[in-house]
Design a protein around this ligand. Structure first.
Ligand SMILES: [Zn+2]
Length: 282
């Protein structure tokens, strides 16, 4: 698999969060410039989508010591939907790369080092406040290097293509993607249950519905349906009241709410009663 394809897969797993797989960055150099790359990409996305500073956040995962991913997330509550657009637009990643190269003072077409921001009084040697430096990454200013960030962008991201949405992905890949998003074994089990019966899979998982302050476990977008897989703690009276509030709120929006409990024996009947959503025979 090429690196850009690997990228696509990683970015595809996004709703309001988008992890970017750093793949082959050698560990010993990753720390040196991860903050710089973070900044170039973040500024590129902000510029392309006209976001205010602070609306988009980027942080290394699993941590700054040995970063393997950059996780982008929309810091504003509910988000501006930018990451979704990024995921849903096939050439968006390439456009981000081009913009990030410009931010690093490189000509994206020719690869020439432009030496600094247009009209800047002096050459930007390694980094300046127009490219990689910010007050938030002050502690690593001496390590940031726009040349390294640009070289990585050119090598890895310039040909990046974001894969099409869930329906275009092979079923196996889609199951895997959803499974990775799951927050409990019960959710994964439910997904495997659907898959084993060749029932229709949800489009997405862990989707936040701001209006109702809830994160749906799964969604079927064209059916306006959300699915919750409720573990034993949903038997708790307080939790039940909260679940009832969420269900009411979603129904008021015209959304169908389906709840699957942890008693697996009840699942067939729910599926049977909602064939227009799940299709097939149980
Ligand atoms: Zn600079």
């Amino acid at each position: 698999m090429s690196e850009s394809a690997m990228y696509s897969g990683a970015v595809q797993a996004a709703a309001t969060e988008a992890p970017l797989d750093l793949g082959r960055i050698p560990r010993h150099v990753a720390q040196q410039w991860i903050d710089g790359l973070n900044m170039a990409l973040k500024r590129a996305v902000e510029a392309l989508y006209q976001l205010e500073d602070g609306e988009l956040a980027a942080e290394p995962l699993p941590g700054e010591d040995a970063p393997r991913l950059i996780l982008f997330y929309e810091a504003a509550e509910g988000g501006a939907g930018v990451l979704r657009r990024l995921v849903e637009t096939p050439d968006a990643l390439r456009r981000v790369a081009i913009e990030a190269l410009r931010i690093c003072h490189y000509d994206p077409e020719t690869g020439a080092d432009l030496g600094g921001a247009p009209g800047a009084p002096e050459r930007c040697e390694a980094a300046c406040y127009e490219c990689l430096l910010s007050y938030s990454n002050q502690r690593v200013h001496d390590q940031l290097d726009r040349h390294k960030a640009a070289a990585w962008l050119r090598a890895n991201l310039l040909d990046g293509v974001v894969c099409a949405g869930p329906t275009a992905a092979p079923r196996g890949e889609h199951v895997q993607r959803l499974s990775n998003l799951c927050e409990s074994d019960l959710e994964r089990e439910w997904l495997a249950y659907l898959d084993a019966r060749n029932l229709r899979l949800p489009d997405d998982a862990q989707v936040y519905v701001e209006h109702c302050q809830t994160r749906a476990d799964f969604v079927y977008r064209d059916k306006d349906t959300v699915v919750y897989i409720d573990g034993p703690h949903h038997d708790d009276a307080h939790q039940q009241a909260e679940d009832a509030r969420i269900t009411r709120c979603l129904r008021d929006l015209g959304v169908t709410v389906l709840r699957f409990g942890y008693r697996r024996a009840t699942w067939d009947a729910i599926i049977e009663g909602s064939k227009h959503i799940f299709g097939g025979e149980v």
